[in-house]
Design a protein around this ligand. Structure first.
Ligand SMILES: [Zn+2]
Ligand SMILES: [Zn+2]
Length: 104
């Protein structure tokens, strides 16, 4: 089964997607889940340790859907396939009470 959190084929960005820090060696690709799927984000060590809720909280839904599509491409799956995998594994972060995004 495809590991949705595999970042081995994800390109590393030039700055942190969350705080904008440009700190080359401190940046890494992190994955985070939302109702749209799993997305990959380049983040610094500090932001990368934050919860999924915090990470996705600063990202617009339109941006998130683009990131999810891109990450599906990195994994070689379709966005629909990604959602099926998420559901199959019982990972539905949008069912949690504090989740702020509506299910598309
Ligand atoms: Zn950061
Ligand atoms: Zn990716």
């Amino acid at each position: 089964m495809t590991d949705l959190t595999d970042t081995s084929r994800c390109p590393l960005g030039v700055r942190c997607e969350s705080c904008g820090l440009e700190a080359g060696e401190h940046l890494a690709v992190y994955t985070t889940e939302c109702a749209l799927g799993v997305m990959c984000l380049t983040m610094c060590l500090h932001c990368g340790r934050a919860s999924s809720e915090t990470k996705t909280g600063s990202i617009a839904v339109t941006t998130a859907s683009r990131l999810v599509m891109q990450h599906a491409g990195h994994l070689g799956v379709t966005p629909e396939g990604m959602r099926l995998l998420q559901t199959a594994r019982g990972r539905r972060p949008w069912n949690q009470p504090r989740y702020r995004w509506v299910q598309p």
